[in-house]
Write a protein that binds this ligand. Structure first.
Ligand code: EPZ
Length: 418
């Protein structure tokens, strides 16, 4: 794969329309869930991104037949066959871990290389494993392979020690076919979980408490395949909303059908000084590029999402006040600081708290993407800096943004691949 470099110049205003792509973090678990049925599932509004491509390859290892055309993904699971999933593939994608539950449900056994993903922290899978063990699965990690097996999946009462998004998804996908009733306590409540539950319910699953932190699930054996229309990507939408905080803007974001999923983000950016109005079929965003700083903290939904932290830090460089930003989910989200320093920015960092200074004079430079959201933040930092910046390692950005360059061009940014 040729790795393109993004060249971005100082952008004085953003004006134009863009349609927000389908959600990455919703579609990945739903792709895994198609294994719970034996039929053909059509997924509409699927983003054409690297992570989806890797999930397709993993499902193809299990002999699923897959086609992708114009954002419509068709997955045929009628003739799937058990296979061990190699580390060479699972290490490319954290969400490969989401195949543990559906594979156990389908074949009562699983062998899967340890999941990889962005370098944002340790990302253990102990909460997934503890939950599976409570459901009668003998499962462990040896070296770089997770191996699990069960005679039958048994429902039970499971208390998550932390509301992990991935573990919640895995345990729901297992419980829907397990014997008896499962009560999952302390689960994640992110929109991605709600979408997954609704999808499973349309496959025939019995789930109560959707959107709360206790889910009661009655196992139903096999489910029927069904279609799904993917929702918009709230983090991609949040990326462009935050860009509009720092750069004077008059933009429209299309494709955001239900703003309920990003109320938390809209609330924060509105406090930072932009005007966001929901119109019939778009979000109207206007700003003067004057950022109000303050104190911010990431957290589990509905708090401010950790995925937007690097972008938040970036746009706060434009604020006239000192700001304090605290990350509470991942250990390594603040790696963005090192790259922003190349533009002339300095910060005070203590553990997972960063404090901005004021009156930054940012000057373009060559910046290296090391994870998906940090990479997107660097692109926006380039738009805020004098002269030209180059963002390299853009394969990280391609994992989750279908085409960030095209989107920002539509909004009038000085940006291109070189
Ligand atoms: C999901 O990752 C998202 N990925 C992430 O988005 C997002 O940052 C994260 O949730 C938090 O919102 C997808 O949905 C595909 P977690 P996930 O399990 O499920 C700890 C992006 O940029 N933990 O909720 O992997 C873990 O170390 C990505 O789109 C354990 O300790 O996140 C972390 O500190 C990156 N043990 C915290 O919980 C476990 O078994 C949250 O992780 C599992 C997690």
């Amino acid at each position: 794969m040729v790795m393109k470099v993004i060249c971005v110049k100082k952008t004085d205003t953003l004006k134009g329309n863009v349609t927000i792509q389908g959600s990455k973090n919703t579609v990945l678990p739903i792709m895994a869930a198609t294994l719970l049925g034996s039929g053909v599932s059509v997924i509409y509004n699927c983003p054409m991104i690297e992570d989806v491509a890797v999930m397709c390859q993993l499902l193809e290892c299990l002999k699923a037949k897959i086609t992708m055309e114009n954002h419509t993904l068709t997955i045929d699971t009628r003739n799937v066959q058990y296979a061990a999933l190699p580390c060479s593939l699972t290490s490319k994608l954290r969400s490969s871990v989401l195949l543990l539950g559906p594979m156990l449900a389908r074949w009562k056994k699983v062998e899967l290389g340890v999941p990889g993903g962005c370098a944002i922290g340790l990302r253990p899978i102990d909460i997934h494993l503890q939950g599976f063990r409570k459901m009668n699965v003998d499962i462990d990690v040896q070296g770089d392979v997770v191996t699990g097996s069960t005679y039958y999946l048994q429902g039970g009462v499971i208390q998550l020690r932390f509301p992990s998004v991935g573990a919640t998804e895995n345990l729901i996908m297992t419980a829907v076919v397990a014997k008896g009733r499962t009560i999952l306590r302390g689960v994640a409540k992110e929109p991605e979980i709600i979408e997954l539950c609704n999808y499973l319910i349309s496959m025939g699953a019995l789930i109560e408490g959707v959107g709360t932190d206790i889910l009661t699930i009655k196992g139903t054996g096999q489910l029927s395949s069904c279609d799904y229309c993917n929702t918009y990507d709230r983090i991609v939408a949040g990326t462009y909303l935050l860009a509009a905080v720092a750069i004077p803007s008059d933009i429209r974001l299309y494709g955001i059908d239900d703003i309920g999923y990003m109320k938390n983000i809209i609330h924060i950016v509105s406090d930072m000084g932009i005007n966001v109005i929901k119109r019939d079929n778009y979000l109207s965003v206007q700003s003067f590029g004057k950022v109000s700083g303050g104190s911010f903290r990431t957290g589990i939904y509905p708090d401010f999402p950790t995925d937007l932290l690097p972008i938040l830090i970036t746009v706060l460089m434009q604020a006239e006040q000192v700001s304090r930003i605290e990350e509470t989910i991942f250990e390594n989200r603040l790696s963005i600081i090192r790259e922003l320093a190349k533009l002339g920015a300095t910060f005070d960092v203590l553990d997972r708290v960063v404090q901005t200074r004021c009156n930054y004079r940012l000057c373009g430079n060559t910046l290296v993407a090391t994870d998906l959201r940090q990479g997107a933040a660097l692109v926006i930092a380039g738009m805020m800096s004098e002269g030209k910046s180059f963002v390299t390692n853009t394969r990280y950005i391609a994992r989750g943004y279908e085409d960030i360059v095209k989107d920002l061009q539509k909004l009038g940014a000085n940006i291109e691949y070189v």
